[in-house]
Ligand binder design. Structure first.
Ligand code: SF4
Ligand code: SF4
Length: 462
């Protein structure tokens, strides 16, 4: 695979080169670990405006895959978070993809150098594959790469094969550029679907027939399972891992381990969750201060994207973008990529150390757990709780009932009611357990909802 040349095609000055090479760890003050870099600044992530003006159309960084010659934009468009709109249905009000807004996003991406689009059977409850295929149809087939995935929820060999053929039909395609074994997380499920039912052989045969150009998997399991998959006598064309500066060291399987194992085997690496479902865009104030002291105008999102994009085995970084401004910022970040310096990487490692001290719930807003049959807005509630944690708005029930407790209580309850509609709040969870196996982050969803609801009820009872 051709790697991203750290200096791209551009001529650089000696000064720029020195900046890229880094100035060394010794320049980072130890006090940042504890208090942030400059004490009491009120700088917040929302104070940094993203750079979205004059998005270039011809500066995107690409990766060329040596085996196929595919030239892929470093930014890939994930289609799990298209904008949505509410519509009445016989079963009540439901959210559907807002096709006009989705089209605006896809067209902007295509005209600004993004050529990789990633969907899946389950995204937007099946609608994403249809809309993605439809919106890409107006472009020449050779001008984009498209990926979709076999769901782990297939009930039998016949069901899995029917799903696969339905995917080609839904997307109006003759072949898939990249096809995933989706979200492999446990050995038993993998053995049953892909070995006992023969779906791996089926997909390998589809590859031989040319209807799949590249076959690989996306991964959410433990280290033993990851090692087993890499030891299989299969030539994986790519592997998708969860990688960002927090998971680099603190992931269930550290991303640094998975990345280096793939690098050793020369397997191209796809990246999911570069922002951890948005968690890395709304970081705490002391982290923001560390970042802005080094690069005053860069948002936390830009830091996070530069981190993953700077690893040379990374072929594409996927981002599920809902807003045009997010797409614009991400395109600018990779047009072209400015590789990270060692000092910047060190700042992010310290940021990760700080972020892990916050007791947050590792929800990435992937929405695999929705819909809850009882209407609970699972990701909305968990993400609300994380935001309240970062904003110091989670009152300590064991602490003193002082002015700070009153302020935090009020802020928590008012924002909770504003953010989560009453019928979708945590008290509607009946602990049926249906959502538990769907969560790739292994969050004990009902327990977390119970904990949050307990807090809400205690605060309301004051
Ligand atoms: S356990 Fe609670 S949140 Fe999960 S599916 Fe059941 S009711 Fe919904
Ligand atoms: S709770 Fe789990 S499955 Fe649901 S959105 Fe969060 S990470 Fe995804």
């Amino acid at each position: 695979m051709e790697t991203n040349n750290p200096f791209g095609q551009r001529k650089i000055t000696r000064r720029t080169a020195l900046k890229y090479m880094g100035l060394g760890a010794a320049l980072i003050p130890a006090s940042w670990y504890l208090t942030g870099c400059s004490g009491r600044s009120k700088m917040d992530w929302a104070d940094i405006k993203p750079d979205i003006e004059n998005v270039p159309i011809d500066k995107m960084t690409y990766t060329t895959i040596s085996k196929t010659g595919d030239r892929i934009s470093l930014l890939g468009f994930g289609t799990m978070r298209y904008p949505t709109v509410e519509r009445e249905t016989p079963e009540g009000v439901r959210r559907f993809i807002d096709e006009a807004k989705a089209e605006e996003l896809i067209d902007f991406a295509m005209t600004h150098g993004v050529n990789y689009f990633d969907t899946a059977w389950g995204y937007h409850q099946g609608e994403s594959e249809i809309v993605t295929g439809k919106l890409l149809k107006k472009y020449p087939r050779e001008s984009f790469f498209v990926a979709t995935k076999m769901p782990g929820s297939a009930k039998s060999r016949e069901d899995a094969i029917a799903i696969y053929h339905k995917q080609l039909e839904k997307m109006q395609l003759d072949y898939f550029d990249y096809y995933h074994l989706h979200s492999l997380s446990n050995d038993r499920a993998y053995e049953r679907l892909y070995k006992e039912w023969g779906i791996l052989d089926f997909l390998l045969n589809e590859k031989k027939e040319g209807r799949i150009r590249n076959l690989g998997f996306s991964f959410h399991g433990n280290q033993a399972f990851f090692d087993k998959l890499l030891a299989e006598p299969i030539e994986w064309d790519f592997v998708m891992i969860q990688m960002n500066y927090l998971d680099w060291k603190y992931g269930r399987v550290p991303a640094s381990y998975m990345y280096s194992e793939l690098e050793k085997r020369n397997i191209p690496v796809m990246i999911m969750e570069p922002l951890l479902g948005g968690r890395l865009t709304k970081v705490s104030r002391n982290v923001i201060e560390m970042m802005t002291e080094e690069r005053p105008n860069d948002t936390p999102a830009r830091w996070a994207f530069r981190f993953v994009g700077s690893h040379p085995r990374v072929m594409v970084v996927l981002s599920g973008m809902t807003l045009l401004d997010h797409l614009k910022e991400n395109i600018k970040t990779y047009s072209p990529l400015e590789p990270m310096t060692d000092k910047e990487k060190e700042i992010l490692q310290k940021a990760a150390d700080i972020i892990t001290t916050y007791k947050i719930i590792p929800c990435t807003d992937c929405k695999y757990c929705v819909p809850c049959p009882y209407g609970v807005d699972i990701p909305g509630i968990l993400l609300y709780f994380n935001k309240a944690t970062y904003d110091s708005n989670v009152p300590n029930l064991d602490g003193p009932r002082d002015a700070e407790f009153k302020r935090a209580s009020r802020a928590f309850l008012v924002d909770y009611d504003r953010t989560i509609p009453e019928l979708e709040q945590a008290n509607h969870c009946i602990n049926c357990g249906e959502c538990i196996p769907t969560c790739p982050q292994r969050i004990k969803i009902p327990s977390e909802l119970l904990r949050i609801d307990h807090l809400v009820q205690q605060l309301k009872a004051r």
